[in-house]
Each structure stands twice: as structure tokens, then as C-alpha cells.
Design a protein. Structure first.
Length: 250
């Protein structure tokens, strides 16, 4: 057998042998701790094995104003990555993410349901609506962020009775695992939303802000290409056709 010829079994082994192994990417879990002395929150990355958390961002609270303001700064270079502005009457909040302005708009007068427009979670040059919902228990208040397909991308588990340990931010999905900009957006909007709800609980003037008409997420959704119906619309059409074909009881 010549040196250029190979045993078929050796060729099979070389073909089936993986060239590389890609390690799965996981999103970090962040913890938010509040300091009463500095009147600011420290956002740190949890370290596996119980090590010391890695500080990432500082949230500076300017509450002694007519419009309370949150300033988010990166510890790495002390740059401002965003701001959140609350209002004494309106139940909405203004948000700025890396110089790009958006608004946390209430989609319900009573329930904790909000939305904001996002460029970081969009696959085009147009922003997409992200929605926030919540579930409150005796000890925790969970804020969940959903993408335009109603898939969860993050969860902010806030401690209702906490004095220092505000809560944890857990990122879900591939987008937040790969994109630091997407994670920063969640941090800014999530903590701003939590602060907005805390203000609503302690400010009677926000009751007047509930009078305005809530935002509608459907107004910000892009129409399906070529007039195609999405799954919800398809089910509506099918149910309507079924009702028309069923005999009416006399």
C-alpha cells in the first residue's frame, strides 16, 4: 500500500472526529445592591462558587427633584450609559440608552404592564416593541421582559422588603447572552421600571396620571410581509370561519 493511500477505517475516524468544540455561551446573573450612605445602587455580576461579585455599573439616584432621575454609569470607564426620568403625575418614564431616547409607556392603568421601543432587539433598522409584565408575591416582585415574539429575554426579581439587596437580574435567550448593548438596555429599563412602580405606590399624584389612555403595543408592531397573517390573526380567522359554519341552535 502506498504512503498516499489510507485505510478506510482511518478515514472514517478522521471524518467523524470533531474539529472543535464550541462552549455554550451563558448570560451572567447580576445582583443589585443599594447603599443608603451613598444613595446609589451597585450592579455586580455574580461569580460561581461564592466568590466576590464583579462590580459593573453604578445607579445614582437624584430623587430630590420634581422629576426624579436615575443615572447609570459604567465602572470600567466612568461613562454614562443611560438615564431614567420619572414624573410626579404621569405613570410613564423617559429612558435614554447610550444617547438614544425611548419611553417606558404603561399599557394598563391598573396592572404593571409597560412597553418600550428597542433597537438592540430588532433585526432591522426599525425599533421593535418590548413588553414588561410583573408578578408580585409576598417577598418578591418579578418583572419579566418579553421580545416582539412574546419570548422572555430577562427577569428582574426584586425583593419587596429589602433594605440593601434590591434583587437579581437574570438574562434569558441568545440575544442577551451575546449582546452587551442588549443587557445594558435591560438593566436601564428594568431598574427604571422598578423605581417608577415604587414611586407610584407612594405618590398619590400618580393616580391622576392613570387617567390618560394606555399605550397599545399593536400600534408599534410591524405588519407581516405580503399581508401574511401572524399566528394570532390566523387563529382568529379560523375561529370566525368555524362559527359561521356551525349550525345555530333554535
Amino acid at each position: 500500500m502506498s504512503s498516499t493511500e489510507q485505510n478506510p477505517q482511518d478515514q472514517l475516524q478522521q471524518t467523524s472526529r470533531p474539529t472543535s468544540i464550541t462552549k455554550p455561551t451563558t448570560s451572567p446573573i447580576l445582583q443589585v445592591n443599594f447603599s443608603w450612605r451613598k444613595f446609589e445602587s451597585l450592579v455586580s455580576e455574580k461569580v460561581e462558587g461564592g466568590g466576590s461579585p464583579k462590580p459593573l455599573y453604578i445607579v445614582d439616584y437624584h430623587t430630590l427633584k420634581i422629576k426624579p432621575r436615575l443615572i447609570f454609569k459604567s465602572i470600567a470607564d466612568d461613562s454614562t450609559i443611560g438615564t431614567g426620568t420619572l414624573h410626579p403625575i404621569s405613570i410613564n418614564a423617559d429612558v435614554e440608552i447610550r444617547g438614544q431616547a425611548t419611553e417606558l409607556q404603561a399599557t394598563s392603568r391598573i396592572k404593571t404592564q409597560y412597553m418600550h421601543l428597542s433597537h438592540n432587539f430588532s433585526d432591522t433598522d426599525k425599533p421593535v416593541p418590548m413588553t414588561w409584565s410583573s408578578d408580585c408575591g409576598f417577598k418578591t416582585w418579578d418583572f419579566v421582559c418579553l421580545d416582539p415574539n412574546q419570548m422572555p429575554v430577562a427577569r428582574f426579581a426584586a425583593n419587596v422588603w429589602a433594605v440593601k439587596k434590591v434583587g437579581n437580574i437574570e438574562f434569558l435567550g441568545e440575544r442577551t447572552a451575546m449582546s452587551e448593548a442588549a443587557r445594558e438596555e435591560i438593566i436601564i429599563t428594568g431598574i427604571t421600571l422598578f423605581s417608577c412602580m415604587m414611586l407610584r405606590m407612594n405618590n398619590i399624584l400618580n393616580l391622576f396620571g392613570m387617567v390618560s389612555t394606555p399605550a397599545k403595543v399593536e400600534d408599534y408592531r410591524s405588519p407581516s410581509p405580503s399581508g401574511a397573517l401572524d399566528e394570532g390573526a390566523k387563529r382568529g380567522v379560523e375561529d370566525g370561519a368555524k362559527d359561521r359554519t356551525e349550525p345555530t341552535a333554535h
